[in-house]
Design a protein around this ligand. Structure first.
Ligand SMILES: *[C@@H]1O[C@H](CO)[C@@H](O)[C@H](O)[C@H]1NC(C)=O
Length: 220
């Protein structure tokens, strides 16, 4: 009998220690999921899909490497989300928020599922309108939340792409010149001098309206 109790205690203890070492049960809340999601692609690619990495060279540049891991991880993640939808655990809207972009395109930035990025742009915009110091300070504040930084960058790239894709001729040249100008002032750390950040709220609402229009056009 005694040995039985000892065995139970010992196995619970060993199991607990092994679980803790394997970081089992570490993700208990949605905040934890947000925090840890960034490390999923690399962990997945290295642990569960090593032959896929060995077949191609891992880029030296850390951002390019993360992008590559994300492209390996996203089809698997999306399969899980799709099956959750098929089983009716989540709605269509939830599925859209959870799906991860394929990350196979030419954009060098890693694209994350929308649930990690929602509301970040609005918050970043608030930071921008409050900002009284420098571009560096503002970027520092935004990058404290890495998903906010991703959201801002993706939004900037996408705005240029979308605008370029819907206009041609004179309009395209205008967009090109605008973004060249913005890029240059970002490089020179003088964005706050070049544009009035308070007006960004207006730009945001116009761009949101535009994407809404484009979306209904697609549905027609
Ligand atoms: C502006 O910078 C972004 C990011 O580096 C780049 O993708 C884009 O092509 C640049 N646009 C212009 C017009 O130089």
């Amino acid at each position: 009998m005694d040995i039985h109790i000892w065995y139970t205690l010992l196995s619970a203890l060993v199991g607990g220690v092994m679980g803790a070492r394997g970081r089992l049960g570490e993700i208990r809340s949605i905040e934890m999921l947000h925090k840890r999601f960034e490390s999923f692609p690399e962990a997945f690619a290295k642990t569960l899909s090593p032959q896929r990495i060995s077949s191609r060279p891992v880029p030296q540049d850390s951002e390019a490497a993360t992008k590559m891991y994300a492209s390996i991880f996203s089809p698997f993640w999306n399969e899980i989300i799709k099956s959750l939808r098929e089983e009716d655990y989540i709605s269509n809207r939830e599925m859209d928020l959870l799906m991860m972009p394929s990350n196979c395109g030419t954009l060098r930035l890693v694209q994350w599922p929308l649930f990690l990025l929602t509301s970040k742009i609005m918050l970043a915009n608030d930071y921008a309108s409050d900002c009284k110091d420098s571009q560096k300070e503002l970027w520092h504040r935004i990058s404290k939340d890495e998903y906010m930084a991703y959201a801002v960058k993706e939004c900037y790239y996408s705005a240029e792409r979308i605008l370029k894709s819907i206009v041609d001729g004179e309009g395209k040249l205008w967009v090109e010149r605008l973004f060249q100008y913005l890029n240059e002032s970002i490089e020179r750390d003088s964005l706050l001098v070049t544009i009035n950040l308070k007006k960004l709220q207006l730009v945001q609402s116009r761009l949101t309206g535009l994407t809404g229009l484009l979306d209904t056009r697609r549905d027609c």
